[in-house]
Design a protein around this ligand. Structure first.
Ligand code: BES
Ligand code: MN
Ligand code: ZN
Length: 514
């Protein structure tokens, strides 16, 4: 059963027991009260007042379950004695020593996610967000954002659950969050909501099947950003031929679904030099003539997670009216075998003028990015380029699902990405680049080949990209392990995670806005 989630903010005074009568609302919806505890289960004055006689029940429950008020732990009490709610949830807020200096995101978002996890069917929820140590407006907004991120489900193609005659449609989870200063929290929530919208847009794109989300359809969805004031240019095959983007076009030539490149621009920074984000958008990766094995190939509908992140990110920037000039560019292709497909041994000339011998048609992402990176660097001279790509299976071998691989020609950009990764929970781990690895790409017949040897697969892929970057500060994030199919967590239960939107939004907010 799917549910709808509505969250509103109100002053503390509005969080009161339902009246008249007790518990269950007139329409039969159970009522839930949520409060927050500090160290050793300590409660704020306001919380104790609201709990009234039920305080004793909480103390007994805390004692019985050794509740210490730590983040992630909770008390869940049904029909609490002396309280006119059907259920009382006490959430812990005490962070571990090493998490003390984390900003509201992700910790309070995680708390929101943990709360959401407890609410699976219709209910009316009153949250008294009044922990004993106090809570900032940002924390209130982050709590709500975490609830929304956790609540997300991709159900577009579940016809039975939505339309079945014998259900009354989705159940409503109706949440009122009581906070000290609702106006301030609502202001903070504009930013948090923009982030949530961006993450959800990215997740939707990654989850969409490849028969629906072709390059042309993806471009159409990106064009919807025009409504938010984003300039969107779509380049078709002819336009890219004119520019000489032959490494990108070679990947898509075996598919009946035509390739596209989309450039999105948000101009919120006056005369400032733009920053840029570039995404791999392989809407499906069969491997091409170097075809992949059948098992698990369905996951390759997510080989556009980089492009999805960039598109979601542009939505976030537009919604929160970021004070920066930001370019988002995505290369959209489908990698298919076919009578016109690229062959192993083919030599193609990239827009940069460099030639590439295609040894393996399954190493296609780097071919796509080579031309998009070059185009953006050449045309816009950005402050930096950050590209995201589900580029190599090898990054899963190295880092699993915990960190994305980071490769960069710039220490400052790398350090900022690493620090922001820790703060948001979207973590990156830097791996090396060096001439020795670069040499592995030398080709007998062309300027380079598109694969290295058997080893260091993620690094040689990054070295390949670097051959299309001049002096521009650049970072490549290999998100094959984080963009899709990673284990679910407090704020994500979806196959497509929307990884990177929160990280890169914060990076820009912290360092590149006026
Ligand atoms: N899209 C894949 C990488 C990938 C693998 C993403 C698993 C997500 C999960 C990429 O295009 C690819 O096929 N890479 C090859 C490179 C090889 C041919 C050098 C790989 O990783 O095997
Ligand atoms: Mn591939
Ligand atoms: Zn791929």
């Amino acid at each position: 059963m799917s549910t709808t989630l509505t969250i509103r903010f109100a002053p503390f005074s509005q969080i009161a027991a339902p009246k008249p009568g007790r518990g269950v609302k007139a329409d039969g919806t159970p009522t839930v009260l949520v409060v927050f505890a500090g160290k050793d289960g300590e409660l704020s004055v306001g919380t104790k007042k609201l709990l009234g006689g039920a305080k004793e029940t909480v103390d007994r429950a805390a004692k019985a379950t050794k509740f210490k008020g730590n983040v992630g732990s909770s008390l869940d009490i049904l029909a609490p004695h002396g309280l006119a709610f059907d259920r009382l949830i006490v959430l812990g807020t005490v962070r571990k020593e090493d998490e003390k200096d984390l900003p509201p995101q992700p910790k309070d978002a995680l708390a929101g996610g943990a709360l959401m996890a407890k609410l699976s069917s219709a209910c009316k929820v009153s949250v008294l967000f009044d922990p004993p140590h106090g809570a900032s407006a940002d924390e209130g907004a982050a709590l709500a954002a975490g609830m929304r991120l956790r609540h997300y489900k991709f159900e577009t193609y579940k016809t039975k659950k939505k339309d079945s005659k014998d259900t009354k449609g989705p159940e409503a989870i109706d949440v009122t969050v009581g906070v000290a200063d609702p106006a301030a929290v609502k202001r903070a929530a504009v930013v948090q909501d923009a982030i949530v919208e961006g993450v959800i847009a990215a997740r939707d794109l990654v989850n969409e099947p490849a028969n629906v989300l072709t390059p042309v359809e993806f471009a159409k969805r990106a064009a919807e950003l025009r409504k938010l004031g984003v300039q969107v240019d779509i380049l078709d095959v002819k336009a890219m031929q004119k520019l000489g983007m032959n490494t990108l076009l070679g990947v898509g030539q075996g598919s009946i679904n035509e390739s596209r490149m989309v450039v999105m621009r948000w101009n919120g920074g006056g005369k400032a030099q733009p920053v840029s984000f570039i995404g791999k958008g392989v809407t499906f990766d069969t491997g091409g003539i170097s075809i992949k094995p059948a098992a698990g190939m369905e996951d390759m509908k997510g080989d556009m997670a980089g492009a999805a992140c960039v598109t979601g990110l542009m939505r976030t920037f537009a919604l929160r009216k970021a004070k920066a000039n930001i370019i988002g560019a995505i290369g959209l292709v489908e990698n298919m075998p076919g009578h016109n497909a690229q062959r192993p041994g083919d030599i193609v000339k990239s827009m940069s003028g460099q030639t590439v011998e295609v040894i393996n048609t399954d190493a296609e992402g780097r071919l796509v990015l080579a031309d998009v990176l070059w185009y953006i660097q050449d045309k816009y001279k950005p402050q930096f380029m950050i590209n995201l790509a589900t580029l190599t299976g090898a990054i899963l071998v190295a880092l699993g699902n915990e960190h994305a691989g980071l490769f960069s020609n710039n220490d400052e950009l790398s350090e900022r990405l690493a620090a922001t990764g820790k703060a948001t929970g979207e973590k990156v781990w830097r791996l090396p680049l060096s001439p020795g690895y670069d040499k592995m790409l030398d080709s007998k017949f062309a300027d380079m080949k598109n694969i290295g040897g058997r080893f260091a697969g993620s690094i040689t892929a990054a070295q390949f990209l670097q051959r299309f970057v001049n002096k521009t500060p650049w970072a490549h994030l290999d998100i094959a392990g984080t963009g899709m199919s990673s284990p679910s967590n407090d704020i994500n239960q979806s196959w497509g995670s929307g990884w990177g939107v929160r990280l890169l939004d914060r990076l820009v907010a912290a360092h590149y806005e006026k």
